[in-house]
Design a protein around this ligand. Structure first.
Ligand code: ADP
Ligand code: ZN
Length: 628
């Protein structure tokens, strides 16, 4: 693709903005950045106060406007040796200072380091200059375009918005883990390369292939690989780009696209997100969408307008074949559908192999283990995962990627960026109890997946996390497994309630409760796992979309609806009682684990189980090892 200056600048500006803030940020004295005075061992604020009470503190250095302290304390247990410990203080605590003065303890307050000031000033100047310069450049450039500045004005000419790649350079070898789809499409390559073979015997070459599957499973990649294998050009456009504000633009884009394609036949035309244009006509709120319908009609006309043996094959991708207009699926249009699904464990291993080709991995790294840790990951997730791990490897200045980087990258891909942990406070204790509630139930209920680790390091939206060793995506899940999951998910709230009382429970369980309700409801309405008996009362997905099914039809009476609610409630209540019972009976070990978790921030599954096993029996779990 040709990258115009304008596009390059549009991309460069946000990068500059972000870079600027990161750069600035690195000058502030953060606790990780305390120069020579770094102490690696941490101590909680509570413990620090205890040390003060027992006169063990000899020196205190305050940093970070009094939010962090490096404490020198003597340890009578090891012959009064001086230890250096790091303490996160709650806010800039003036009372600590007065306490230190009263007790006559040596202390010093260190200002925020300032050697970044000159650079900071320079940075402050550089940024606006770049911004103004960039804007100036943009305006000057767009001034040259006939029809005035900006995109909105140049639509009349219907500038083609599709991309063309003469050679994609992608081969079937680069696509992994979706073997069946590959096999089906192998034939398309032969159509393009040797059409005579088919036309000689009177076979009609298909015009359109619909790739159906969730995002990131490699549909675009597969289409490119077909073009690459057949050695033909690749035209692509996204359905959402067809649908513009201005009536008629979409249709004229379709015309342009097919005109170009015919000039370059044989070729592949790839339409991503075809559901954006190809939805059922006449559906949707407020009558039809004229623009979309015109575009779709144009697309249908174009597809009918050429014969299969002209050598144009249209490949379209969608995640929602059910909303497509029936006319699109008629013979002579997209009459072939190929499923492209998220890979299973074997598939994931293959995808990882493809993306590990150009990366340096330490010998200890087992792609196999990664494949096992990542059920539900799409091809794009896996590619992203290895890339994140490579970035971490570079940042840590390592020669080759180790399992450590990969584990961190998996966590990041699943749960988002790591945040900074809270300082020791009541809410940190509450989060610790909440997470340990999940973890203890996950450990003591036999049918629950085993705990992998518990952590108080926030990630994404979550303020603490309990990770469970994922079992391979099972196609069949038993009733007791679902009940175990519900109980486990209620463990957080149960712990909050048992430990802090009914009045102190927090909003932190909102997400858990949503999952719990969803699971319980499905037990009743889809899987026939309640007293209502083996009835299917709801379809696969209750998702409401504004396509065909505008109204959600309910397939049961009011009376059944009331009974469903009662059943859901009784399942959840039963599990909640169970969760509270387990928490109450294991309060002693939970208290001990909370102290440990607050001190260490992360406890891994093995250590967790060892500690729990000192107090109670852990049921043997069936560790599911998938066959490779
Ligand atoms: P989709 O079109 O299905 O949303 P893409 O083809 O755009 O997905 O996939 C995005 C990226 O993810 C690809 O460029 C590739 O790097 C990676 N990827 C996805 N699926 C696969 C796969 N099956 N094999 C190898 N790489 C894959
Ligand atoms: Zn929770």
């Amino acid at each position: 693709m040709k990258l115009s200056w304008r596009t390059a600048l549009l991309w460069a500006l946000p990068i500059l903005v972000v870079g600027f803030f990161l750069w600035q940020g690195s000058f502030a004295t953060s606790p990780a950045n305390l120069g020579k005075n770094t102490a690696n061992t941490r101590m909680t604020y509570g413990r620090f106060l205890e040390y003060l009470d027992t006169n063990r503190v000899v020196n205190v250095d305050l940093y970070d406007s009094g939010r962090t302290a490096i404490v020198e304390a003597v340890d009578p247990e090891v012959g009064n040796r001086v230890q250096r410990l790091r303490v996160d203080l709650p806010g800039n605590s003036p009372e600590v200072v007065s306490r230190l003065r009263r007790d006559g303890i040596r202390f010093d307050v260190h200002p925020v380091r300032n050697d970044g000031a000159v650079w900071g000033l320079l940075g402050n100047l550089i940024f606006p200059i770049l911004l103004i310069g960039g804007l100036f450049f943009l305006f000057r450039r767009s001034g040259n375009v006939p029809g005035g500045p900006g995109q909105a004005m140049s639509f009349g000419k219907s500038k083609a918005r599709f991309q063309m790649e003469a050679k994609t350079g992608v081969m079937f070898d680069d696509v992994a883990g979706i073997e069946e789809a590959k096999e089906e499409l192998q034939e398309v390559v032969t159509f393009l390369k040797k059409p005579e073979r088919f036309t000689a015997v009177g076979a009609r070459i298909p015009k359109g292939v619909l790739l159906v599957g969730p995002p990131g499973t490699g549909k675009t990649l597969l289409a490119k690989a077909i073009a690459g294998e057949a050695g033909v050009p690749f035209f692509s456009i996204s359905g959402s780009e067809f649908v513009e504000m201005f009536v008629g633009v979409g249709a004229s884009r379709v015309r342009d696209l097919f005109k170009k394609a015919k000039e370059n036949a044989p070729c592949i035309v790839f339409i991503d997100e075809i559901d954006a244009v190809g939805r059922q006509r006449g559906a949707g709120i407020g009558g039809g969408n004229d623009e979309r319908e015109q575009t779709l009609n144009q697309l249908l006309t174009e597809m009918d307008g050429f014969e299969g043996n002209t050598g144009i094959i249209i490949i379209a991708a969608t995640n929602r074949p059910d909303v497509l207009d029936a006319a699109l699926l008629r013979p002579g249009r997209f009459d072939r559908q190929v499923m492209v699904d998220v890979p299973d464990i074997k598939g994931r291993l293959e995808v990882l192999k493809v993306h590990a080709r150009n990366k340096k991995l330490a010998t200890e790294v087992s792609l196999d283990a990664i494949a096992r840790r990542t059920p539900g990951f799409s091809g794009a997730d896996l590619a992203n995962l290895l890339n994140e791990a490579a970035i971490l490897t570079a940042r840590r200045r390592k020669e080759a990627m180790t399992m450590l980087e990969i584990d961190d990258a998996v966590d990041r891909v699943i749960a988002g960026m790591e945040g900074t942990p809270l300082v020791d406070s009541k809410s940190k204790r509450l989060i610790a109890y909440h997470e340990l509630g999940h973890a203890i139930i996950g450990t003591l209920v036999r049918d629950h997946d085993p705990v992998q680790k518990v952590t108080l390091v926030p990630r994404g939206q979550a303020r603490g996390l309990t990770w469970f060793a994922p079992s391979e995506e099972q196609s069949l899940i038993s009733r007791s497994q679902i009940l175990a999951r519900i109980t486990g998910a209620l463990g957080g709230r149960a712990a909050e309630e048992v430990v802090f009382g009914d009045a102190e429970v927090t909003t932190g369980a909102g997400n858990d409760l949503q999952q719990v309700t969803g699971m319980a409801r499905q037990m009743v309405t889809r899987f026939g796992m309640s007293d209502l008996g083996p009835l299917s009362l709801e379809g696969q997905s209750s998702e409401v979309f504004l396509g065909r099914d505008l109204m959600v039809r309910s397939e049961y009476s009011e009376e059944i609806a009331a009974r469903i609610d009662a059943q859901v409630r009784s399942i959840v209540e039963h599990c909640y009682d169970e969760a509270r019972r387990i928490i109450r009976e294991n309060r002693i070990v939970i208290d001990r684990l909370v102290d440990l978790l607050i001190e260490k921030e992360t406890i891994d599954g093995e250590e967790f189980r060892q500690i729990v096993a000192e107090y109670t029996d852990i049921p043997e779990k069936e560790q599911y090892t998938p066959q490779l």
